[in-house]
Design a protein around this ligand. Sequence first.
Ligand SMILES: Nc1ncnc2c1ncn2[C@@H]1O[C@H](COP(=O)(O)OP(=O)(O)O)[C@@H](O)[C@H]1O
Ligand SMILES: [Mg+2]
Length: 1109
Amino acid sequence: MAKMEVKTSLLDDMIGVGDMVLLEPLNEDSFINNLKKRFDHNEVYTYIGSVVISINPYRSLPIYTPEKVEEYRNRNFYELSPHIFALSDEAYRSLRDQDKDQCILITGESGAGKTEASKLVMSYVAAVCGKGAEVNQVKEQLLQSNPVLEAFGNAKTVRNDNSSRFGKYMDIEFDFKGDPLGGVISNYLLEKSRVVKQPRGERNFHIFYQILSGASEEFLCKLKLERDFSRYNYLGLDSARVNGVDDASNFRTVRNAMQIVGFMDHETQSVFEVVAAVLKLGNIEFKPESRANGLDESKIKDKNELKEICELTGIDQSVLERAFSFRTVEAKQEKVSTTLNVAQAYYARDALAKNLYSRLFSWLVTRINESIKAQTKVRKKVMGVLDIYGFEIFENADNSFEQFIINYCNEKLQQIFIELTLKEEQEEYIREGIEWTHIEYFNNAIICDLIENNQTGILAMLDEECLRPGTVTDETFLEKLNQVCATHQHFESRMSKCSRFLNDTSLPHSCFRIQHYAGKVMYQVEGFVDKNNDLLYRDLSQAMWKANHSLIKALFPEGNPAKINLKRPPTAGSQFKASVATLMKNLQTKNPNYIRCIKPNDKKAAHIFNEALVCHQIRYLGLLENVRVRRAGYAFRQPYEPCLERYKMLCKQTWPHWRGPARAGVEVLFNELGIPEEEFSFGRSKIFIRNPRTLFKLEDLRKQRLEDLATLIEKIYRGWKCRTRFLLMKKCQVVIASWYRRYSQQKKYQKIKSSAITVQSYIRGWKARKLLRELKHLKRCNEAATVIAAYWHGTQARRELRRLKDEARNKHAIAVIWAFWLGYKVRREYRKFFRANAGRKIYEFTLQRLMQKYFLEMKNKMPSLSPIDKNWPARPYLFLDSTHKELKRIFHLWRCKKYRDQFTDQQKLIYEEKLEASELFKDKKALYPASVGQPFQGAYLEISENPKYKKLKDAVDEKIIIAEVVNKINRANGKAASRIFLLTKNNVLLADQKSGTIKSEVPLGDVTKVSMSSQNDGFFAVHLKEGSEAASKGDFLLSSDHLIEMATKLYRTTLSQTKQKLNIEISDEFLVQFKQDKVCVKFIQGSQKNGNIPTCKRKNNRLLEVAVP
Ligand SMILES: Nc1ncnc2c1ncn2[C@@H]1O[C@H](COP(=O)(O)OP(=O)(O)O)[C@@H](O)[C@H]1O
Ligand SMILES: [Mg+2]
């Protein structure tokens, strides 16, 4: 939620005060308390007017996100909480929009966060300035120059794990649109002594450790290096590894950055070769060797390292070896060569290493500049970012030449700060037309003068000493200082005559003390002369120039014998002075923006706020004075528009809207509030408030008023809400009512409508019925009329018909009467002729005519040709009765003949037999009707086919007419036994059914009679001629299913054979001759107990009883 809140002023939600100018009361304690309070609330930035104080949080805070960038983008400086982005935005916008070149001066102690701050500024500018492939490449190159320079120029110190050991000023160049074009980097005074020696707990430059940790084995081998740090004398061992620093991965980052910045592969290679050479130089050791002249001469202990260095750098080994042993001094035409003792040799070695490294570093900067320089010649806008070492004060007089130089630089920066701040303040007053009041402040120009004065300045005197012939030592230099600067207010030494601290034993003899604006610093003079001389023996530089290594050669141009310059090179001090002067000149042309970094503790730890340490920094940075200067005239100023906007609710005339110029509004507002006139002043575009108290009063009033306004707004809002609700409800009510009304009216209307329709329909029905009735009546009338007319017409017609009929009848009657009369007359006349033959003729004619009609009709009524069809038409005339019967008989005979004519011979035979059977048995034997439908097969037994009867077949050679199984009745018990009955042309045979042996054979002539009952049974007796051969055994009493057929065939065969009719007796009682006895066979009606089979029972000797069911 808080994030979403739109801040309109720095004054909103402030922790402490965001701008120290508003601090009340203003003193050191309140200042520190305010910083602490803010620091404890993670507010690391605080303003003094437009200066940003930044306290190193020593932990990453979530306040540098892209969202934050967007938040601060294009917002007014005082609109949001203090932030480095606000300053960056302000600087970038005034560069882009107002065409003012900018510089961002970042100062502070080592580890206070300067380098981080400079990176934040650059990244902010990179984020908000133009986009596009080309622009992005420029940005990327500018940003990637940092890791390269940091690797070579930064080191871990006790104060800072990533301390910049060089000063850096970077000009970023923009085109008129504000898109970055390129940049120029200037470097100042690399702390090269670090290459050969590092204080306790500190490291050499990062790059050495990075190569050894991060390079591949192969690459290390190429550089003739070993991974082990302890192998190298130049690498301080006590903190070779730093917590949270991954040298190996940083190495990859550096190489990647070098590639992005535009280093060619061979350049990178050369750079690392030089680094390796420097590292290996440290391992060259010397040993003394006595010479004949009694002087000590140095010799290289182990030449192996030297050999490798020479291989790596392409230097002739002997040349380098000689350079480490001799020193050649050229004066005018003379050339004097002296040997070096061991100490001198070590000095020469270290000097070479330092020079190699620092020149390499300068070359890197030049090379980067080549890559990042703007490609166009158009006019550029410039934003300079200065990240230079802060004030350095070591305890125990450890401060040496480097600190002196650094502090001088800071002194100059402080001066430019004072000048520019005051100047700007003054300019603003003039711009705004406010009267300028003089402000008392400490001007450090006097200290700058003490150091840089061309005649009496410390640097000038150091140079003088260095150039002076004769023995020059650090002590002589101090003496000189004591003479010249003794009277200077800010200079102190043990020997200075007017030293106020003459008795101050804390000041050692070999030291001098300068009272810098930031505090007193005691410098140890030892090394001043040497360091200022920065001497590299000519032999060494020449040896380097001779190297077969293009980079090293380029680093030592003075080694070229052709360009021998007998003039001494400028001293380090004068070089630095010159470059600082250039820098100052450069900065003065630009609009300054200050970031003053403060280190909260010495432990590099988050959350710790060491008040004493901070207090010290505040003092020497002159921050309180800064506030005072800023407040000297008027503590607070603000353009009229935002001021009116912020406070307009405090006055009725300006609330809620002021129509008119903002300034007039503010005037009205301030008058209304009764603010004393001396408390504020109206500038051209801003209101100036003298005292922070007034501002806070305004703020309090505003807060109070805001509460009232809130209540008011709440009240109005509530009222509005209730009213809207009421109106809404009212509206709803109206809507509901209207809907309801509509609904009820609709219902009513529908009711009326339906009743109207009902009434209407009734009336219509009634009307329709009435009409129908009328129409019906009309129709009926019409119909009645028609009917009446019809009847009438009918009557008329019938009358007419009757009349006509009567007339016709009359006419007919007349005609008949006339005919009768005529007939009568004729008959009377012809009677005598007619009576003789007319009667017979009429009778004959009539008869003939009837006969004709009868036959013609008969022709059409003939029945079918089937002989069994019994139909015959009825007789039409009685007199034709006999004719009709005769005709029927003739027709039947004719159609029978027709039927017979169709038969084949075989069929004929069968029908003859059947006819014979019919003649013999019809109406005589009850069995007969059942036989009519059965065809006569004769040979029921297949004698010839069955092998069983082969013998039988052989015995009978005649044609077999009947072959059938019959039952022979036993006389004794009436039981039946199966026999084969054969009838041939001449004989009747009985044979055993199983064996086929003939039991008896009777010629047909010996058969006299066949007896059988009239009933429905198959018993029959074959009577034999008495006295014949066969009769000896007696008659046969047999029974067969095919009795009718057998009897018929027997009859026919006998007839054809003997020409005698066989006697067939049909009687229910007959006698059968068994041997001697005659037995009577009697047929009676039996029960159906045994099914349909007749049973034969012997009753007594003379009677067999056959029960026929
Ligand atoms: N704004 C910051 N946020 C988080 N950490 C910071 C910030 N500024 C500095 N630091 C920490 O402090 C260390 C020292 O900062 P640096 O900028 O190198 O100091 P200087 O350049 O002043 O010597 C950094 O390595 C980083 O860990
Ligand atoms: Mg730094």
